[in-house]
Design a protein around this ligand. Structure first.
Ligand SMILES: Nc1nc2c(ncn2[C@@H]2O[C@H](COP(=O)(O)OP(=O)(O)OP(=O)(O)O)[C@@H](O)[C@H]2O)c(=O)[nH]1
Length: 812
């Protein structure tokens, strides 16, 4: 393929490096793609010695040549750079400003020296153009140039072995074989004469340079020969960098992509008049270039559409094949870097690669974490769902939790594998641990809920099995109540505990926990009974009154009693009160453990004692009243429902409130007796018959009067008894009125009588002798006053004024 030449001014006449020009030149000739396969050739020599002409013929470049008619003045200013056409490998040709010019000075900062040093530093082959007639001449123009070359060479710390190709121009008839030794001698002399550092005092020239010599005929006079010789010489530049080629050892060569930067830096150092450490320079160029390449590659990933799409998708959900896709993107980026940075210093290249890799991983890490996050939450959700289904299906809790945990952790592991980025050695174990913890927490919370459900179920079962039966047992409280409750409690507790125990088997709990749950249930069962007992004890007074009125007002057949006068009210009252006291004793304490207690005896003793001592004797605080205590013997506080003192108070209130019933019964009985004794005694009837004989006879003799009396009798009878149309006898309204009046009259009379007595009687000590039933104060205040007033009537049911002695039934 035909190539076009192109050239650019690398450094202008004022020493300014043309960065933009070089960059665009490199792009044009695609230098960056060459790696190390490129050669740099430069030419130096006296002004107007045909350097540009030679290069243009040798490399088909287009450097400006002096117009032959303008005379020998300087044409090339600064350093120009062009590309050799149709030469392999790509050859950069540099045309330097001519030396020994009249325009430049001689100090170290002279452009001539600077450009020579630059050419030596960057070139593989340096052509030294010299006139043939200068060979062997003491004042030859090339001598200062060579001196300069050797001197500046010392300023390179570790110079590359550059090829110095001496091109003898306008060669005479003297064959090259004769000229070359003279030239080499000249070169050696100059080398020897150059002051060298201590380390290189004895170093031969060949250590630093490959010296080659060639000769060309005059271009102006023997153009054909010149062109032919140039053509031959061109052959030597083909494959110049191949082993045995014209190029030197290329030790300091920088990869083509770093050429511009390298040249720029070298020129900068030369301009600052510093020594040039090429190895360090190489590393520096590698560092800068590798970093540039790495940044370019990082930017290429940042802008990579697939990556952007992947990054966006992973913010919302799990992306299948995430790891593979990302790995491919990173792999491409890194392999691109490797390809571009391949020719740079290995150490630098590797370290910059590591940096690039770490930046890439930093870039993609949030996406990876997001991926793991989604995986974790999705796995957890799926676990919850599956676990719930397994439990609904009836799998045992422990087995379901174990199997689901294993299955979903394995699923998470698989998801992690899919998300793995080959370049990263990221460990998902922290996320896995978190997932495991979440799963365990879920299991624990479900377990807690299930256990509480179970417990609740058995608690309800116990409620149902215990509450009502226990209440029923308390209603008939007696000697068997607590044993029956204990039996019931044991039975129901056993049923519930064994049910719970078998339900708990599926949970595979540790024994301590099972025991705890079972004992909690047992305690609950006890608490149901205890609470019921407390509830019942709080209404003990009502219960006692109920029991009393049931026993008092109804007979053995549960029929309402009619107080006819034959009943033994005293015995009935005693029985009813004994039964009520039994109830009180039953509800005084919780007896869920089979322990004997003295409550009933203490109660009976205390209350009997009170009566035996006369009923009206008050116990002082220091007396030995067994009920003057806030606790029962052998009964702990937690088991006490009613303390002795509370029992005493309840009893007092009970007695007070049942007193009226007894009084009423007595009154009713008396009234009944009175009502049934209306016939006069027989002797009175006989007397009436004897004394009223005349009146009876008069009635019998007067039929009209008899008829009237008969009619009056009938009317009276009709008022007393109504004959129902059905033939049944029913009481008329008069008996009703009479019956009512007979019931009320004695009571009203009794109250009126009491009030009258109260009003008439002065407040004397004999007031205490009166019966308790009639004392309005004792009627309302209960046990204390009642017992004190009963002393005078201890042997009778009724007191002296007809009121019953309410403490008497307990005395017997
Ligand atoms: N005698 C002789 N003259 C030559 C030869 N080659 C070129 N010239 C002439 O020398 C003159 C200078 O040629 P250039 O190629 O411009 O020389 P240069 O060395 O590049 O000049 P500067 O860049 O100014 O240093 C021109 O007039 C050329 O014709 C040659 O081989 N022999």
């Amino acid at each position: 393929m035909a190539e076009e030449c192109c050239s650019v001014q690398l450094i202008d006449g004022d020493g300014v490096f043309n960065v933009g020009g070089v960059e665009s030149f490199m792009k044009t000739v695609k230098l960056a793609e060459c790696g190390l396969s490129y050669a740099v050739v430069s030419i130096m020599g006296p002004q107007s010695s045909g350097k540009s002409t030679l290069l243009n013929h040798l490399f088909k470049t287009n450097f400006r040549e002096m117009d032959a008619f303008r005379g020998r003045s300087q044409t090339t200013k600064g350093i120009w750079m062009g590309r050799g056409v149709n030469i392999e490998p790509l050859t950069i040709v540099m045309d330097l400003e001519g030396s020994d010019g009249r325009e430049r000075g001689e100090d170290d900062t002279a452009f001539e020296k600077q450009s020579a040093l630059f050419a030596l530093a960057v070139s593989d082959i340096v052509l030294i153009n010299m006139w043939c007639h200068d060979i062997g001449r003491e004042q030859a123009a090339n001598k200062p140039l060579l001196k300069t070359v050797f001197q500046v060479m010392m300023r390179l710390f570790s110079p590359r072995k550059t090829t110095l190709l001496f091109v003898i121009r306008d060669k005479t008839r003297t064959p090259l074989e004769n000229l070359e030794p003279i030239l080499r001698e000249d070169i050696q002399k100059i080398w020897d004469g150059v002051p060298k550092p201590e380390a290189h005092k004895e170093t031969p020239l060949s250590e630093f340079f490959n010296v080659e010599v060639t000769a060309l005929s005059s271009y102006e006079e023997k153009e054909e020969q010149f062109l032919e010789q140039v053509g031959n010489l061109r052959q030597r530049f083909n494959q110049s960098i191949a082993p045995g080629g014209l190029a030197g050892d290329r030790r300091g060569v920088v990869p083509a992509s770093g050429f511009s930067f390298s040249a720029q830096q070298i020129w900068k150092v030369i301009k600052e008049n510093k020594d040039l450490d090429l190895p360090a320079h190489k590393v520096m160029v590698a560092t800068v270039r590798c970093e540039e390449i790495a940044n370019e590659k990082l930017a290429s990933v940042t802008g990579n559409e697939e990556w952007i799409e992947l990054d966006e998708a992973v913010q919302h959900d799990v992306v299948p094949g995430f790891g593979k896709r990302l790995t491919a993107i990173l792999e491409k980026c890194l392999s691109d870097y490797d390809a571009e940075a391949f020719f740079f210093d290995e150490g630098v290249r590797t370290s910059k690669r590591e940096q690039l890799e770490s930046k890439l991983l930093q870039l993609v890490n949030p996406a990876y974490q997001a991926m793991l996050g989604h995986l974790r939450t999705k796995t957890l959700d799926a676990f919850k769902d599956s676990f719930e289904k397994a439990l609904v299906r009836g799998d045992s809790f422990a087995a379901a939790s174990r199997e689901c945990t294993e299955a979903f952790l394995a699923k998470f592991d698989k998801g992690c594998e899919d998300a793995t980025i080959k370049q990263a050695n990221w460990d998902p174990s922290k996320v896995r641990d978190k997932l495991k913890r979440d799963i365990e927490a879920e299991i624990l919370s479900v377990r807690t809920a299930k256990l509480s459900e179970l417990t609740e179920k058995y608690e309800k079962q116990l409620d149902k099995a215990l509450k009502e039966p226990v209440e029923a047992l308390f209603e008939t409280a007696g000697d068997d109540t607590w044993p029956a409750i204990r039996k019931l409690l044991n039975k129901e507790t056993k049923v519930a505990v064994s049910g719970l125990e078998s339900d708990l088997a599926g949970f595979e709990l540790d024994q301590a926990m099972v025991d705890e749950l079972l004992s909690k249930l047992e305690k609950y069962a006890r608490s149901v009974v205890e609470n019921k007992a407390k509830e019942e004890s709080s209404r003990v007074l009502i219960r006692m009154k109920d029991r009393f009125s049931t026993l008092f007002s109804r007979d053995a057949d549960s029929m309402p009693r009619v107080w006819t006068g034959k009943e033994d009210i005293k015995a009935i009252t005693k029985t009813a009160r004994s039964a009520s006291m039994k109830l009180l004793s039953t509800l005084a304490a919780i007896r869920l453990d089979e322990e004997k207690d003295e409550i009933e005896n203490t109660l009976a003793l205390a209350l009997v004692e009170t009566s035996k001592t006369g009923g009206i004797k008050e116990r002082g605080m220091d007396s030995l009243d067994p009920l003057a205590s806030s606790s029962w013997e052998k009964i702990g506080n937690e088991k006490t429902l009613l303390t002795p003192v509370q029992c005493k108070n309840v009893w007092r209130q009970f007695k007070s409130e049942t007193e009226f019933t007894v009084t009423q019964a007595i009154s009713a009985q008396e009234a009944h007796k009175r009502n049934n004794n209306w016939l006069p005694p027989p002797w009175a009837i006989g007397a009436m018959l004897v004394l009223g004989f005349n009146e009876i006879m008069m009635l019998l003799r007067n039929p009209l009067l008899l008829a009237f009396i008969f009619v009056a009798y009938l009317v009276g009878k009709a008022m007393w008894v109504q004959l129902d149309i059905t033939g049944d006898f029913r009481h008329g309204f008069l008996p009703g009125i009479l019956s009512l009046s007979t019931k009320f009259v004695p009571t009203v009379m009794s109250i009126l009588k009491k009030l009258a007595e109260e009003g008439q009687r002065p407040n004397t000590p004999d007031q205490q002798q009166r019966g308790p039933g009639m004392d309005s104060k004792s009627f309302t205040n209960g046990v204390h006053n009642t017992s004190s007033s009963s002393s005078s009537t201890s042997s009778n049911v009724t007191s002296s004024d007809g009121a019953p002695d309410i403490s008497s039934p307990l005395k017997q």
